[in-house]
Design a protein around this ligand. Structure first.
Ligand SMILES: [Mn+2]
Length: 296
């Protein structure tokens, strides 16, 4: 048996999913360990049959695996180059990125931005996370995992094309920033709980259901309540259930022009019996099925 079983293809032409991993966690603030996620997710996939939780086959899914992009803090900026190649290898395919801490998305979101602009599309970020990750500087660094969205706005994403959802932990500077940037749509965890996944997806449809948008979905596993995802560096109480988040992720991908997904902050050394890694992996398989049904 092998990684992702028979879903891997060596032929880029037939692939509908482009996969890469970024084993990097030097910009995580509290608990480290996310650099091991790409390896652990790949290993666990040996044992996961290529079927959804409802028993539907994933045989139409063909993954082209770019492998892992290894960087250190000293050459962190090289990620942009890796992602440029990754995103441009086959533009109609869906891009799946396994983090790493959330700082890696600074560069994937840059490459995604450039590609969307090249397509004359409007780039959008939907960020599912317990935290806004919108600090200018955190812990003396502009490239902390708490700075991802600030860097992406600075790079060119517009406030009105950024959505933060499942939020429940704020830095003071983030509260101030969001007060002055009211076009950034913020859905706190409590809002999502009251709305339900379906209504949230419908609100996103009202906003972004148009081919002029290309959407990057950034999924920090700590969006889940730590009861479902304890293996992460900054667990935050009072989160959503894993089923609610799954409905959001698959609902957005089903309904909108989502072209890329990252799953970040899974930290296997902090996990309990790999349940957080399994959650990420099972989510990925549900995403594959959602994409099969969209004929991607
Ligand atoms: Mn994050």
């Amino acid at each position: 048996m092998k990684e992702f079983r028979d879903l891997i293809s060596d032929n880029l032409n037939e692939a509908n999913i482009l996969l890469c991993g970024v084993p990097f966690d030097e910009n995580a603030s509290v608990g480290k360990g996310a650099k091991l996620a790409p390896q652990v997710l790949r290993e666990l996939s040996y044992d996961l049959p290529a079927f959804t939780k409802e028993g539907f086959s994933l045989e139409k899914t063909k993954i082209y695996d770019f492998g892992d992009f290894f960087v250190k803090k000293e050459n962190f900026f090289e990620l942009e180059n890796h992602f440029d190649k990754f995103f441009n290898a086959k533009e109609e395919a869906f891009s799946l990125i396994l983090g790493g801490d959330h700082s890696i998305s600074i560069f994937s979101e840059r490459s995604f931005y450039k590609r969307a602009i090249k397509h004359n599309k409007i780039p959008v970020i939907i960020h599912l996370d317990a935290h806004p990750d919108i600090c200018d500087v955190y812990d003396g660094s502009k490239y902390s995992h708490a700075c991802t969205n600030f860097r992406s706005l600075e790079y060119g994403y517009k406030d009105e094309n950024m959505v933060l959802a499942c939020i429940r932990g704020f830095e003071k500077q983030e509260v101030e920033f969001l007060k002055n940037h009211t076009k950034i749509d913020v859905f706190k965890a409590k809002d999502i709980q009251l709305l339900g996944a379906k209504n949230f997806v419908n609100l996103m449809k009202n906003k972004f259901l148009d081919e002029k948008y290309e959407i990057y979905l950034s999924y920090d596993i700590d969006a889940n309540d730590p009861a479902y995802a304890p293996g992460t560096g900054t667990p935050e109480a009072f989160g959503l259930t894993s089923l609610t988040i799954l409905e959001i992720v698959t609902g957005l991908i089903k309904e909108l022009n989502v072209k890329a997904l990252d799953i970040v902050e899974v930290a296997p050394p902090l996990d309990v019996n790999n349940i957080t890694s399994w959650l990420a992996l099972k989510t990925i398989y549900e995403v594959f099925y959602t994409l099969q049904n969209k004929n991607i």
